[in-house]
Design a protein around this ligand. Structure first.
Ligand SMILES: Cc1cc2nc3c(=O)[nH]c(=O)nc-3n(C[C@H](O)[C@H](O)[C@H](O)COP(=O)(O)OP(=O)(O)OC[C@H]3O[C@@H](n4cnc5c(N)ncnc54)[C@H](O)[C@@H]3O)c2cc1C
Length: 476
């Protein structure tokens, strides 16, 4: 069977590799000149940096085994460290109760506890379903902790008020039932031989940055007889009526530059493209409600500002969250702390992230302006000296985070129902499912769709892919 996979990120390449392993004919089409998608790396001499910081961790033994095979074990196992810098103090991330108890002033702690007790009391009297992030967190942690820890960073990173963000986000990122559960968990003794925790260790390729994973995946696809075409941007999917039913099938794929690929009668298409882009690429276009819902699926964009700093190291952290509103940067990361090989020499390099919307004033900043702005934030945060940094490069990512606003579920269902009318088109991965996920999830999502195609149960494969990371609580 012939399969075209759209997009050579982790989901697309994992799917392609599983298909070639099953003896199928696969062509991967990638618009960029290199594979990797969001999990790509690039050289900024002498550094090798990622598109924002990436730590690999997984609960899945299948995904773990896949990673070990691709990288032939050439992986570093790192102790994870990320913190929140707030009011001049560092707090562990995910929040650690001992650390919070010892770092907040007693008066604030007292207020936090009384707020939380009041919120719990009122919940007991009158249980309510919380549909938005703010009310969910306030009900579970109290107003004071929301205002200090949960609200500012989330609202800064998403660019919308917490009351406009779906409670799905709180359930996925926080997961605990509330402050009481966090405290109980912290007080529980650590069992001997307890398995490695997602929150304590992660893998990182010894060389080549996080992008070494997709490079290895690409090699595996090619070694298995598959074809990976970069600089191949998919512009349109031409449909024809499905002779066997009421739906349509993809008959031809049109690429940038006028190239077209004709599909065999039984050929399949797996797309890891963003759903709005995919819906708009169909010819004929899908019905207006589907297009309109696709247009309502929104994203946070990120401007990545890479700086070199005239000092050996800024902090021991892989990344530091900066929730305070007076700083434009919301997170910084230091590549040296991921791998020495990625940061040779006496200086260090930082990646400063600012969330924005495509086309806004932040998105349009040039390197000099952006580097000045980032340095100002770092100086105010007490992390570097004024005049000690040099702008290295900028990168922009338009669809960095899917926005789980209060309406996204309805729009997503409408788009997925519309796309389901195209019987040989299957969507997967972070963009194809509009799912805030991690790298291991994208690998599993790609593998699930491949499994479905190989076993002749493509819809089952798509459902299994959509179920990945839907219940799990995880941190980036
Ligand atoms: C800033 C940041 C930090 C992150 N940190 C972590 C982390 O620490 N740990 C972790 O596990 N995960 C992390 N992630 C998430 C991780 O990067 C993603 O889950 C994963 O890389 C998504 O892979 P994917 O293949 O599903 O999607 P993508 O990587 O988006 O792949 C889609 C591919 O399709 C291609 N494409 C798009 N349009 C077209 C077209 N028209 N024609 C052809 N090709 C096209 C794109 O170029 C891309 O290569 C982070 C994400 C971000 C944004």
């Amino acid at each position: 069977m012939q399969t075209f996979v759209l997009g050579a990120g982790l989901a697309g390449l994992s799917c392609a590799e599983a298909l070639v392993r099953a003896g199928q004919s696969v062509t991967v089409l990638e618009k960029e000149s290199a594979v990797g998608g969001m999990a790509r790396s690039f050289k900024l001499e002498p550094y090798c940096v990622d598109l924002g910081p990436h730590r690999f961790h997984t609960n899945s033994t299948t995904v773990d085994a896949q990673l070990q095979t691709w990288l032939r074990g050439d992986l570093l196992l790192r102790q994870r460290l990320s913190r929140i810098l707030l009011r001049g103090r560092f707090f562990d991330y995910p929040l650690n109760p001992q650390n919070v108890l010892t770092s907040l002033p007693p008066s604030l702690l007292l207020r936090a506890f009384s707020d939380w007790a009041m919120a719990r009391g009122s919940e007991r009297l009158r249980h309510r379903e919380h549909d938005n992030f703010e009310s969910w967190v306030v009900a579970h942690f109290g107003r004071t902790l929301y205002d200090i820890f949960f609200g500012p960073y989330t609202e800064k990173a998403w660019g919308i008020p917490g009351a406009h963000i779906s409670a799905d986000w709180a359930r996925q990122r926080i997961g605990h039932r509330g402050l009481w559960d966090v405290l109980k968990q912290a007080l529980r003794p650590v069992a001997a031989g307890r398995p490695r925790s997602l929150t304590t260790e992660f893998y990182y390729p010894r060389r080549g940055g996080i992008g070494a994973i997709t490079q290895a995946a690409r090699e595996a696809v090619v070694a298995g007889g598959g074809c990976v075409l970069t600089d191949s941007c998919v512009r349109a999917l031409e449909l024809r009526r499905d002779s066997g039913g009421p739906g349509h099938r993809v008959a031809r794929i049109r690429l940038d530059g006028g190239r077209t690929l004709a599909l065999d009668a039984g050929a399949q298409v797996v797309s890891t493209l963003a759903l709005p882009a995919l819906a708009r690429a169909l010819r004929p276009l899908p019905p207006t409600p589907v297009l309109s819902s696709a247009g309502q699926l929104r994203y946070v964009a990120i401007l990545f500002i890479y700086l070199e700093v005239d000092q050996a190291r800024v902090s021991p952290d892989h990344w530091i969250y900066l929730p305070e509103a007076h700083l434009r940067t919301h997170r910084i990361s230091e590549i040296k702390n991921f791998s020495d090989a990625s940061s040779p020499g006496p200086k260090t390099a930082l990646c400063c992230e600012i969330t924005c919307r495509v086309g806004d004033a932040t998105w349009r900043l040039g390197l000099d302006q952006a580097a000045r702005l980032a340095e100002m934030d770092l100086v105010r945060a007490g992390l570097v000296q004024a005049g000690s940094t040099r702008g290295l490069a900028l990168r922009r990512l338009a669809r960095a985070y899917p926005i789980y606003d209060l309406e996204y579920r309805g729009h997503l269902e409408c788009v997925r129902a519309g796309l389901a009318q195209v019987t040989n088109l299957h969507t997967t991965g972070r963009q194809g499912l509009f799912r805030y996920n991690n790298m291991d999830h994208s690998i599993a999502m790609g593998q699930q769709v491949a499994r479905g195609l190989v076993s002749g149960a493509a819809q089952g494969g798509e459902r299994a892919a959509a179920a990945v990371a839907s219940e799990e609580v995880f941190f980036g």
